[in-house]
Write a protein that binds this ligand. Structure first.
Ligand SMILES: Cc1cc2nc3c(=O)[nH]c(=O)nc-3n(C[C@H](O)[C@H](O)[C@H](O)COP(=O)(O)OP(=O)(O)OC[C@H]3O[C@@H](n4cnc5c(N)ncnc54)[C@H](O)[C@@H]3O)c2cc1C
Length: 87
């Protein structure tokens, strides 16, 4: 998928509700070499380095929300920043 500055501005002005998903939705396979629970920074980095350094290609990352929806994404969320500041 390609993103233009125009499309990013248009999406920002219309509530960011018209983005097409940038990922596939494949059926789960019956077998994986590695299953990682959690698509946060650690889970995604683990999957990336297992593929890059060890050549594994049959890896599943199971995420209950959306990728980066945990603390790794919350760092920049307004509410999280408020909570962080209140500590
Ligand atoms: C406000 C704030 C500021 C921070 N600032 C810094 C900083 O400046 N520097 C720094 O190094 N660190 C900082 N951190 C800490 C850093 O964000 C975390 O250490 C890091 O994000 C942890 O990554 P993670 O992948 O382990 O967890 P997460 O990013 O939380 O990811 C875990 C993922 O697992 C998923 N999950 C959970 N349970 C299940 C399940 N049963 N099935 C499927 N999926 C599941 C969640 O939905 C989530 O996406 C900050 C954290 C916060 C909240």
């Amino acid at each position: 998928m390609r993103y233009s500055a125009f499309s990013i501005v248009r999406q920002a002005l219309t509530g960011n509700v018209n983005w097409k998903p940038a990922w596939r939705q494949p059926e789960p396979k019956p077998f994986y070499d590695v299953i990682i629970v959690g698509g946060g920074g650690h889970g995604l980095a683990t999957a990336y380095y297992l593929a890059k350094e060890f050549g594994l290609k049959n890896i599943a990352v199971l995420e209950k929300g959306y990728l980066g929806s945990g603390n790794v994404g919350l760092q920049y969320h307004d509410r999280a920043l408020q909570l962080h500041a209140a500590r």
